[in-house]
Design a protein around this ligand. Structure first.
Ligand code: ADP
Length: 350
């Protein structure tokens, strides 16, 4: 089955065309459209570039926020589309792009089934103690304020791969998976199910990221509002785009640049890398406690896969955990999206 996987961001559209019928699955084409102004044009451009590779049998869409309703991937119909739209309030920076990409693709390929694969779905198993914030309970009940988590497709993929590598039954395995890319998160996984995740209501919480702050005392925001007169929009922009590795280093959001600059004597770059590694280490320790021990710590994402020096600095000091296995497993979210899409289409066809 030829499955087109679409991953729409605020300014780019990434795609892969995967033949899920081949053994193993075959990547037929991949690419992206940068600096998009019109989603319909971007999708048309993608379809144009893969037109010679034969008809598409299904489209898998990465959708960032599935709220509490979507616990797994789902074929998109009018009801699902409306429910995804309702989740836009929870992820205003992400879901609208996913939705307009779906609408454009649906208009251009109306006869082809479309499937939504949610970044949040893998975390539907979190227990209340992990997903509730210490806020008035009515905010959860009436406004759905809770931890949802993101990067679920990546954590699901690498945790399954880790069990294969460890030759362990997923039902028996306790894993801490670290997705360290532009966005970064740590998940605690027991028995194949997520029990905690560092990202929260939005993809801002937890680890230091390329341009996102991760954890900060919420009091900082009130202080900045009062003393500098910063508006909500300015604070949101600062936390999402001017913080993290970029904000601390004042130089770059790219770990490669920072490691080089630090080696060349740039103290702030060194500090950014140090804060980054320390924060990951703290979360690993916390999730070790949440899980009651772990069989392996898994690294993935651009930084996690490629930077041994960063992995070593994260693990430095964790000898106290005993001889825990560390694994590096390249993530492949698109493959999992293609598999889910093919499976749901196959199920509907029977
Ligand atoms: P995304 O989260 O957007 O999918 P990736 O998982 O590809 O991104 O991660 C991108 C980040 O990975 C880059 O910002 C860069 O900092 C980092 N990265 C990629 N290769 C290396 C490398 N060899 N060394 C250090 N960092 C790297």
């Amino acid at each position: 089955m030829h499955i087109l996987v679409l991953n729409a961001g605020s300014s780019s559209l990434k795609y892969q065309l995967i033949d899920t019928g081949a053994h193993p699955e075959a990547l037929l084409a991949k690419g992206g459209v940068e600096r998009i102004s019109d989603p319909a044009e971007a999708v048309a451009e993608v379809l144009q570039s893969i037109a010679s590779l034969g008809p598409i049998q299904g489209v898998g869409h990465r959708v960032v926020h599935g709220g509490e309703g979507f616990r797994e991937s789902v074929r998109i119909d009018a009801g699902v589309e409306a429910a995804i739209e309702a989740c836009c309030a929870l992820a205003p920076l992400h879901n609208p792009h996913n939705l307009s990409c779906y609408r454009a693709a649906h208009r251009l390929l109306p006869a082809v089934p479309h499937v939504a694969v949610f970044d949040t779905a893998f975390f539907h198993t979190l227990p209340p103690r992990a997903y509730l914030y210490g806020l008035p309970y009515e905010l959860y009940e009436q406004h759905h304020i809770r931890r949802y988590g993101f990067h679920g497709t990546s954590h699901r993929y690498v945790s399954a791969k880790a069990c294969e590598a460890l030759r362990m039954d997923p039902a028996e395995a306790r894993l801490i998976t670290c997705h360290l890319g532009n966005g970064c998160s740590v998940a605690a996984i027991a028995g194949g199910q997520a029990i905690d995740i560092s990202l929260g209501l939005t993809p801002l919480e937890g680890l230091l990221m390329g341009t996102r702050s991760g954890d900060v005392d919420p009091g900082v925001l009130f202080h900045l509002g009062r003393t500098l007169g910063m508006t909500l929009t300015e604070l949101e922009e600062m936390l999402n785009r001017k913080s993290g590795l970029l904000g601390l280093s004042g130089r770059s959001n790219d770990m490669r640049d920072l490691c080089e600059a630090a080696a060349g004597g740039d103290a702030r770059a060194g500090l950014a890398v140090e804060v980054f590694c320390y924060r990951v280490r703290k979360y690993i320790g916390a999730y070790w406690a949440a899980l009651g021990g772990a069989d392996a710590i898994v690294f993935t994402g651009g930084i996690g896969e490629n930077r041994a020096e960063v992995r070593a600095r994260i693990m430095d000091g964790l000898e106290c955990l005993g001889g825990v296995e560390t694994l590096v497993i390249p993530t492949n979210e698109e493959l999992l999206i293609a598999r889910d899409t093919a499976r749901l289409i196959g199920r509907a066809g029977r």
